[in-house]
Design a protein around this ligand. Structure first.
Ligand code: PLP
Length: 381
């Protein structure tokens, strides 16, 4: 069996410890994973129920229902300005399976697949699962974890694909235009496929979300990964997509036929309904994170020990704890033991974020504010 990640030996022990303590009844404040503290909107659930009761409970079309594919295509076209039709879209059970399928489409066993460190925790395992060789590109904290042209160039020789993520989990960074230009240049020079994970596209607090599919000469070599987990608080519904060139989507439809065999029709109908509500609903779902980021920035300005990586997007705050003299892991363990507050060590997301912690802004405002204040005064002890 190929060794993946997430088997308990990968720096997630603070998370497992917090979960075990919670199960034993300890009042742990979990600022760990990217799960909303709000539920899926009642209107979306009502649409799901209507569809199921109306009989949409059999096999659904494998690439996705026409209605949902068209709705996703319209959303992408409106956002990126790139002409997009339903033929460019495959609906998948969540963004995670889209990540795996997209790489299966462009990689052969033994190919080198690039990704940026720090990374979303499943990335190395997803790449290895395809039979590829995963190669990390270090992103420097001194440059706010934006991938730099020199590192991209150094890693790209002989590679086949590059996986990037903006707005970024775990850093909260939104890639700027210069970063995207460097990424596009590397992909074109080295003939790489670009897999652009855009599951946080509705969570941009500063700057602008740029989809690299809109950059010159990138449309035919980019596969965009999307999901409604974060944008619509629908993590459990498992709705995601891949947007890319028609021949790749045709290949992936066949791939889906042999793997997932599609996504439940009543969930797709609910997703289509959710997208029909437009940006208003997306803004409503994003609003708590926007507020908590503000709360965090205000608290952070009241001290000068802990530096925050500019939190321009996503539901996470990446804090540089190196001034405490502790690793991210040691700090996270100590905080959990002393104050029952659980955060993720930067080391859980690769080497580049060592000495950092990731704080998910996923509890109510007052609890978040209190927990962050405790964290900051604990750091200063
Ligand atoms: N990509 C990133 C960067 C994520 O943070 C996540 C989930 O946290 C995913 C993909 C997977 O999302 P989904 O719930 O749609 O599978």
């Amino acid at each position: 069996m190929t060794a993946l990640t997430g088997d308990g030996s990968d720096g997630w022990d603070v998370f497992y410890k917090a979960r075990a303590l919670k199960k034993q009844g300890h009042p742990i404040i979990e600022l760990t994973i990217g799960e909303h503290d709000i539920r899926t909107h009642m209107d979306i659930l009502a649409a799901m129920g209507r569809s199921a009761r109306g009989g949409h409970t059999g096999y659904a079309a494998v690439p996705g229902t026409e209605g949902l594919r068209a709705a996703v295509a319209r959303r992408i076209e409106a956002q990126s300005g790139v002409r997009t039709t339903e033929d460019n879209i495959l609906i998948t059970p969540g963004g995670q399976s889209a990540l795996f399928a997209a790489h299966m489409a462009v990689l052969n066993p033994g190919d080198v697949a690039l990704y940026c460190d720090p990374y979303y925790a499943t990335y190395p395992g997803t790449l290895r699962g395809t039979g590829a060789v995963d190669r990390a590109i270090p992103c420097d904290p001194a440059h706010d974890f934006q991938p730099r042209a020199t590192y991209l160039e150094a890693a790209a020789k002989g590679a086949r694909s590059l996986l990037v993520n903006s707005p970024n989990n775990p850093t909260g960074v939104v890639y700027d235009r210069a970063t995207w230009q460097a990424i596009a240049k590397t992909c074109i020079t080295h003939d790489l496929w670009l897999i652009s994970d855009e599951v946080y596209d509705t969570q941009v607090w500063q700057g602008k979300h740029i989809s690299p599919r809109s950059l010159p000469d990138m449309q035919e070599r980019t596969l965009v990964i999307g999901s409604m987990s974060k944008s619509h608080a629908m993590t459990g519904s498992r709705i995601g997509w891949i947007c890319g060139p028609v021949p790749v989507i045709e290949y992936l439809t066949n791939f889906a036929t042999h793997t997932t065999y599609g996504v439940p029709g009543f969930i797709q109908d609910a997703a289509e309904f959710a997208l029909s509500q437009g940006q208003e609903l997306e803004d409503e779902v994003a609003a708590p994170f926007r507020r908590r980021r503000r709360i965090a920035l205000d608290l952070l300005t009241q001290q000068n020990l802990v530096r925050a990586v500019p939190c321009s997007g996503a539901m996470y705050l990446m804090l540089d704890m190196r001034a405490t003299g502790l690793s991210g892991e040691a700090f996270a363990h100590a905080l959990l033991d002393a104050h029952q507050i659980a955060v993720m060590p930067g080391e859980s997301f690769g080497q580049a974020a060592a000495g950092h912690i990731r704080v998910a802004m996923t509890v109510a405002d007052d609890q978040f504010s209190e927990a962050l204040a405790v964290l900051l005064s604990f750091a200063a002890e």
